[in-house]
Design a protein around this ligand. Structure first.
Ligand code: A2P
Length: 329
């Protein structure tokens, strides 16, 4: 299968190439695309040096699938052109996610709704993916009423400029700022820009995307998204009120049996998910399971995942694998 990766030199794009290689994706040709300033440079994929090409050349080459991770503007402008040429686009930006004509996919949950006609498929927000992975099997069993989530998000989620800002600050170097404040030795209660309602864009993604993925608006989500000075891996404190009651043992069994979830939950050995352990892994790690005794049918948990992998690149590659396996391109 001929695949294009648009944004191949970026933070997510780089991980995307690693994952395509690791999973031995059935490639006949890999087209690497970046901005004009990178065209002509070479990237090593497996043992082959591949030259970066322009997005125009990639479009003309008519790949079966193009995975976009080059920002919203590039997706808005180019995804429709690729779709028109017959390429299936898997888009990592937020521009198509809430478009009613585009599907928002976490393969373990809703890849079954994809058809050949879906030419632009949206990859959800990184914080959404890891949260909904843990919520989906519990929702099925106990039906969620309300979720309150606070995130602790790493700087890699913002992109290369933010990682550079943190490193500069750690080394006492003055440089370009990705955030409105210092991130080193700080915590910034702002991820992305503010909307008119006082929430940030990231918080609204967390509130709205799960309803679309689960195809259910019977529950509501309230989010606070916070940036912390870790380089990779997002963490989330999640409080869920269900319609039906549960036991912690039942919840543990359900999560333990869910593909893609790894339970790390043993207070006796101080075992719980942490970004350090999630780094470089594809799973979503869940722990600190406990009842919220302040109200009925309510659970507290802690969810961690590598935001560049399951939160972005792995999820996109899994969508591509589903399309390839079921002949949907
Ligand atoms: P480049 O490295 O040439 O700037 P990140 O999210 O880490 O900032 O990465 C963004 C990615 O998107 C990079 O690979 C970047 O390439 C690529 N990119 C940015 N603008 C365009 C564009 N107009 N066409 C294709 N790729 C783009």
């Amino acid at each position: 299968m001929k695949i294009a990766v648009v944004g191949a030199t970026g933070m997510v794009g780089t991980v995307m190439l690693k994952i395509l290689a690791e999973r031995n994706f059935p490639l006949t040709e890999l087209l690497l695309v970046a901005s004009e300033r990178s065209t002509g440079k070479e990237i090593l994929f497996k043992d082959t040096r591949l030259r970066i090409i322009s997005i125009e050349d990639a479009l003309a080459a008519k790949p079966a699938i193009a995975i976009f991770s080059a920002g919203g503007d590039t997706s808005l402008k180019w995804a429709p052109k690729f779709a028109l040429a017959g390429t299936t686009v898997i888009d990592n930006s937020s521009v198509w996610r809430m478009d009613p004509s585009k599907k928002l996919i976490v393969p373990e949950i809703n890849a079954n709704i994809l058809t050949k006609e879906d030419k632009i498929i949206a990859n959800p927000n990184c914080s959404t993916i890891q949260m909904v992975m843990a919520l989906a099997p519990l929702h099925k069993k106990y039906s969620m009423r309300r979720v309150i989530v606070s995130t602790y998000q790493s700087v890699s989620g913002t992109g290369a400029k933010a990682v550079q800002q943190m490193e500069n600050e750690q080394n006492g170097i003055q440089g370009a700022m990705a955030y409105p404040h210092q991130i080193h030795r700080n915590v910034i209660p702002q991820c992305d820009v503010f909307e008119e309602n006082g929430y940030t864009k990231e918080e609204m993604k967390l509130a709205l995307e799960p309803q679309k993925i689960l195809n259910d608006s019977s529950f509501s989500i309230s989010a606070t998204a916070v940036r912390i000075p870790t380089s990779g891996g997002h963490s989330e404190s999640v409080n869920v009120e269900f319609v039906r009651d549960f036991t912690i043992d039942q919840v543990r069994t359900i999560l333990d049996q869910t593909p893609g979830i790894i339970l790390q939950d043993n207070p006796a050995t101080n075992t719980y998910p942490m970004p350090m352990f999630a780094h470089g892994k594809d799973a979503v790690f869940v722990g600190r399971l406990r009842r919220d005794d302040t109200q009925k049918n309510t659970l507290n948990m802690w969810i961690v995942s590598d935001n560049l992998r399951k939160g972005a690149a792995t999820n996109a590659v899994q969508i591509a694998e589903h399309l390839a396996k079921h002949g949907l391109t």
